[in-house]
Design a protein around this ligand. Structure first.
Ligand code: 4NP
Length: 147
């Protein structure tokens, strides 16, 4: 049974905090523990990218309470399901997963096969926040049906 979900990207200021905000809103009332983190730690303690927060606000989600943090070994105990935004995140997570950890580590977009893509592109560089948000909303809805 899945009680807790951690979304992970590189910086934890664009894709994974967006997924956290969207999934938290969709899963309201389910009692799930939902969080996000980054593999890099480059933006530790920082707010989400203002371009992501603005797109979230346009769509009715609030990213303002979210602060960036680096994923830790303890996350593999705390969370049942850890969701990677791209293959690099997946590889990085698999490389730090402690032996004996039962957390499932999976890519996000394959939950929504109709998207026909495996990776959430990085909007930090591509500046395609609206398209990325569409993918994250679709995959979040699909993920929720599996939980
Ligand atoms: P994210 O995007 O992994 O979706 O949060 C990035 C944010 C910041 C950087 C790279 C990607 N950066 O190089 O600082």
């Amino acid at each position: 049974m899945t009680r807790s979900v951690l979304f992970v990207c590189l910086g934890n200021i664009c894709r994974s905090p967006t997924a956290e905000a969207v999934f938290r809103s969709l899963a309201e009332g389910r009692g799930l523990h939902i969080d996000s983190a980054g593999t890099s730690g480059w933006h530790d303690g920082g707010r989400s990218d203002p371009r992501a927060s603005a797109e979230a606000q346009r769509r009715g989600y609030d990213m303002s309470p979210i602060r960036s943090r680096k994923v830790t070994a303890a996350d593999f105990d705390t969370f049942d399901l850890i969701i990677a935004m791209d293959f690099e995140n997946l590889r990085d997570l698999q490389s730090i997963q402690p032996a004996g950890s039962n957390a499932r580590v999976e890519l996000f977009l394959p939950f929504a096969p109709e998207l026909n893509r495996d990776e959430v592109p990085d909007p930090y560089y591509e500046d395609n926040f609206s398209a990325v948000f569409d993918m994250i909303e679709a995959a979040s809805r699909a993920l929720l049906t599996t939980i």
